[in-house]
Design a protein. Structure first.
Length: 178
């Protein structure tokens, strides 16, 4: 079971660049959509299985958010490239910057024995889910060429941006209010 959990995490680490190549160079939007869907499920599944079978590990706690970030960054960049929208690109850049900021806070808190300040919260899980949902909507719109679906993706991406900023502020306040 431990090998399956690790595979699910590693899958997310490598599938981001693969999806990027599938969309940008091979025009394989359907396959990219399927792989992203599987990666999204793997995010839920690896954490669920690790908790259910008490196979959580320090390495897993470190790699899981990194795998999410790698997947997220590659997908946000490809969304920016495909949509060629300044507004979407700006939102994607803010989302990526937020990920760097929270990673820095986690490192800071780890060095100061305050890891509870940046423990994954329900809001952070909601943020990740909304980001993945927005990405799924974009990939679906790229696959079927529907601009209305892409507009809905813009709206969901904006909502995920709000959740992302709210969670970043929460982590920041918790980190600096000792």
């Amino acid at each position: 079971m431990n090998s399956l959990i690790q595979f699910l995490t590693y899958f997310r680490l490598i599938v981001g660049p693969i999806i990027f190549i599938l969309i940008l160079y091979l025009d394989q939007h359907g396959l990219a959509l399927i792989l992203f869907f599987l990666a999204s499920i793997s995010d839920f599944l690896d954490g669920f299985l690790a908790r259910r079978y008490n196979l959580t590990s320090e390495l897993g706690e470190i790699l899981d958010p990194i795998a999410d970030k790698v997947l997220l960054v590659f997908l946000l960049i490809i969304i920016s490239v495909v949509t060629q929208s300044t507004l979407v690109t700006f939102m994607c850049c803010i989302l990526i910057a937020r990920e760097f900021w929270v990673s820095a806070l986690r490192d800071f808190n780890s060095r100061n024995m305050n890891t509870v300040a940046t423990k994954v919260t329900f809001l952070a899980k909601l943020k990740t889910s909304s980001q993945f949902f927005a990405i799924f909507i974009y990939l679906f719109s790229f696959y079927n060429g529907n601009e209305l679906i892409q507009f809905i993706g813009n709206f969901v991406l904006f909502l995920s941006l709000v959740l992302s900023l709210k969670s970043a502020v929460q982590y920041s306040v918790d980190s600096f209010n000792k």
